[in-house]
Design a binder for this molecule. Structure first.
Ligand code: SF4
Ligand code: SF4
Length: 292
């Protein structure tokens, strides 16, 4: 079976409607789909899906522990670590577990084999079944700042035989890049305001660096101005969908309801988003959809 497409959904800032697009797109597909909530610091896709929790797994990363009886203070480990999570000044090294990404490099370069790895819990990955959607969500433990390893753990649960939608964290920082990397297509969600345009330009720069094909969804069309549309036209960026500034959408959102359930007239809008992505020459995406 051919590998199924992986579509990521991102936005340069929070509150633009990224989650709205992710959950409604997943539901309107109708056929089995994986929805990965990679916004591990604040996962909220589950709020819109009345599903049954299946299982929750603890995610750990390996962090170094130094055997002082073997260490000669050569400082190779500190020179290797680009995150400054292990530091030696010609002495036995200090380890800063909260800064460690668990890459295992320091243990490998230690000539004295003085470093062994111990597990440090960073969060959980849970699975929820909700009709056609298998929701896989990461949840970072309180006080843990290491989102990328947990996002990679969420993505490692992806099955090749089902299409997938990845809901990225907001912004353009490392957790976003960890989410978007190696996806087949990215939808950038924005709103027609000066702030929306500013954050969209940052997101466009990021996605071009990653060389992932992308298009834009403009949410709350009718408010603000046309600068986002002008920018997209100038940059030759496809506007895939315009979601109107409809008070009923905000009301459905505040009740934790999917737009496509509360306002069925919007089903066609979200189905057209899939069709437009498939029609883009550079997306290479083909997704089967099923009307209920
Ligand atoms: S495991 Fe990697 S990130 Fe952690 S201290 Fe060692 S080299 Fe640094
Ligand atoms: S590389 Fe190994 S021997 Fe050298 S300072 Fe680090 S732990 Fe000690």
């Amino acid at each position: 079976m051919n590998k199924q497409p992986v579509i990521s959904i991102a936005s340069g800032k929070g509150g633009t409607g990224k989650t709205t697009v992710a959950v409604n797109l997943a539901r309107v597909l109708g056929s089995p789909v994986q929805l990965l909530d990679c916004d591990v610091e604040e996962p909220n896709d589950h709020l819109f899906l009345n599903g049954a929790a299946q299982k929750e797994e603890i995610v750990v990363i390996p962090i170094p522990q130094v055997d002082e009886s073997l260490c000669d203070g050569c400082a190779e480990c500190g020179r290797f670590c680009q995150y400054h999570a292990i530091v030696s000044f010609g002495t036995k090294p200090l380890v800063f577990p909260d800064m460690c990404h668990g890459c295992g490099g320091c243990a490998k370069v230690c000539p004295k084999k003085a470093i062994r790895e111990i597990d440090k819990r960073i969060g959980t990955v849970g699975t929820i079944m909700a009709e056609n959607i298998t929701l896989i969500q990461g949840r970072l433990d309180v006080g843990v700042a290491m989102a990328p390893p947990l996002i990679r753990a969420v993505k490692s649960r992806l099955r090749d035989d089902l299409p997938a939608i990845l809901d990225a964290p907001p912004g353009t920082s490392c957790p976003v890049i960890a989410t978007l990397r190696e996806t087949d297509f990215t939808i950038l969600v924005t709103e027609p305001t000066p702030f929306g345009l500013h954050d969209l330009t940052l997101a466009v720069d990021m996605i071009r660096e990653l060389k992932v094909p992308f298009g834009v969804v403009v949410n709350r069309v009718g408010m603000g101005d046309d600068r986002v549309h002008v920018f997209c036209k100038e940059q030759n960026i496809p506007v895939l969908l315009e979601i109107p500034d409809d008070r009923r959408i905000a009301e459905a959102y505040s009740r934790g309801e999917l737009i496509v359930n509360a306002l069925p007239e919007y089903r066609g809008l979200f189905l057209s988003l899939i069709a437009k992505i498939m029609n883009l020459k550079n997306s290479g995406i083909s997704v089967s959809t099923k009307e209920p």
